[in-house]
Design a binder for this molecule. Structure first.
Ligand code: NAP
Length: 483
């Protein structure tokens, strides 16, 4: 099966923070892959911008280094790298001063898509937005891309939204949540709304519960200072897990169009019930070995959580009484992100329990091995009479669609191409972000006020024991965390 690559319009993309970690690790390699696939028109330009004293040649060396570090050798033929580097430019600029801005303004072309990626600290967003206007870099149709974290609470998110909206319309602002750029996440919408099969079952009558797990094996590494001010709730739940929950729980939008989809997601966030303290388990990774525990790594007696598990209720007709269990953490057993829709038991078993009893589960794996699996009950093959087993109906893309499915763009590259196309469907709208903070803030405030200490859990485990209890007490259990 040959994948279709539809080139986007010619663009000038300015990456503020073009020398930084995110640009080197994700944005530039992603753009290279889009160039290689033929999606990025050759006359498009990528303009790195930062304070470092570099010229075009110096920045091309930085970009070449990034490609060598983050793309396998066999996947970056020398001639393609050379052509790609010709599209790279650099402007030495200070977001908070005047240096470099007239040069940038002169460099930008009329008549092509213009996009500005704010890959810098959020404290610089305001200064960048102001200067883009002051130096007439921003045209009416230009787009800006902003990274997480989008605020650290409702107040700061509102302030950030105001700063950006003082200079740009909402339809020019692309707030990235890279989870939404994953192939499977979009496939989740295709499966839900493109088939007649699932939608009739997608409700409290047939769904027992939903589990969303985002498990990481890494700890806070060099990001301890940043992470300690954030924690799992702010870093993962408020944005990534909340977005996944919205896609599962939302009503069918009338069209697959940015505002129709985002209106429905917003309704889900607004329908979330406040969470009881007894429905939240916070954890922190611990170790006997010196330097390995979170507390050693942050060097303080921190009560920031590196793990969180919680039970949520979406209070509307579709989901009344169906728990949504969310779980995320660092230093866990495996790196695995998965959404599982666990369906109810058949109302009556004609076979009796002793022949085997299994529930249908639709699992959507985001990483690794993106794919969708539906577990169904069948007769165990063989002469042993009627015994029931459950088997996966596996929709992993590689098997079903051939090797091309493997080269599906990674989240960042897909999202950047959506920015160029002007499609905001997979980006968070300002009101969504604010609604998510409005729901998150009281929870964080309540445990901060109480001074609750997270439960310690072993590195390489599945989190604190209490997380398992959260499920067991209701006769359920977490799905295994496996890579
Ligand atoms: P970083 O490695 O510290 O890079 C920051 C970049 O900003 C550098 O290129 C730096 O270059 C530039 N910069 C700093 N001050 C500047 C100024 N006054 N004017 C112009 N440029 C300036 O940070 P990062 O990890 O790439 O993160 C960038 C943004 O993405 C942050 O908002 C972060 O929260 C977000 N993010 C990052 C990741 C990730 O994996 N790294 C993931 C999600 C979100 P000079 O010092 O030369 O100016």
């Amino acid at each position: 099966m040959v994948s279709r690559v539809i080139p986007v319009d010619t663009f000038d993309l300015v990456i503020f923070g073009g020398t930084g970690d995110l640009a080197r690790r994700k944005i530039l390699p992603g753009l290279f892959r889009r160039f290689q696939s033929g999606q990025m028109p050759e006359d498009s330009r990528i303009i790195g911008a930062a304070r470092a004293d570099l010229d075009d040649a110096g920045y091309r060396a930085v970009v070449k280094g990034a490609l060598e570090e983050f793309i396998e050798k066999g996947d970056r033929p020398t001639n393609v790298v050379k052509e790609f580097l010709e599209a790279i430019h650099y402007v030495q600029i200070d977001a908070t001063g005047s240096a470099g801005w007239p040069e940038l303004s002169k460099l930008l072309r009329a008549g092509v898509v213009r996009a500005f990626y704010f890959s810098v600290a959020p404290s610089l967003f305001g200064a960048l937005a102001e200067r883009l206007h002051e130096y007439k870099c921003a045209g009416e149709s230009c787009r800006i891309v902003v990274e997480k974290p989008f605020g650290r609470d409702l107040e700061s998110a509102r302030a950030l939204n105001k700063t950006l909206r003082d200079h740009f319309d909402e339809n020019q602002i692309y707030r990235i949540d890279h989870y939404l750029g994953k192939e499977t996440v979009q496939n989740l919408m295709a499966v839900r709304f493109g088939n007649v099969l699932f939608e009739p079952l997608w409700n409290a009558q047939y769904v027992d519960h939903v589990q969303i797990t985002v498990a990481e094996t890494v700890g806070v590494n060099g990001r301890a200072d940043y992470y300690d001010k954030s924690g799992a709730m702010r870093d993962m739940v408020q944005n990534h897990l909340m977005q996944l929950l919205c896609l599962i729980a939302m009503e069918p939008p009338s069209r697959f169009d940015p505002d129709a989809v985002r209106d429905e997601k917003l309704k889900v966030i607004r329908a979330l019930e406040p969470v009881e303290p007894s429905d939240i388990v916070r954890g922190q990774y611990a170790s006997e070995k010196k330097g390995e525990s979170y507390l050693d790594q942050v060097g303080s007696d921190s009560i920031t959580e590196t793990f969180i598990a919680m039970k949520l209720q979406v209070s509307n007709w579709r989901w009344a009484g169906v728990p949504f269990y969310l779980r995320t953490g660092k230093c866990l057993k495996a790196r695995a992100s998965e959404i599982a829709i666990v369906f109810k038991d058949a109302p009556h078993s004609i076979f009796g329990q002793e022949l085997g009893h299994h529930r249908n589960i639709l699992s959507i794996r985001l990483q690794p091995n993106e794919g969708i699996t539906l577990r169904v009950t069948i007769k165990e093959p063989g002469p042993g009479g009627m015994r029931l087993v459950d088997v996966p109906l596996d929709m992993s893309f590689k098997d079903a669609l051939g090797p091309d499915a493997d080269v599906a763009p990674e989240a960042y590259e897909r999202l950047i191409m959506d920015v160029i196309r002007g499609n905001q469907t997979l980006f968070m709208r300002g009101d969504e972000v604010e609604a998510a903070w409005a729901w998150t803030d009281p929870l964080i405030e309540s445990w901060t006020e109480r001074g609750d200490r997270p439960k310690p859990y072993d590195i390489g485990s599945t989190g604190p024991e209490d997380a398992a209890v959260l499920m067991h007490r209701e006769g359920r259990r977490w799905r295994e965390i496996k890579a």
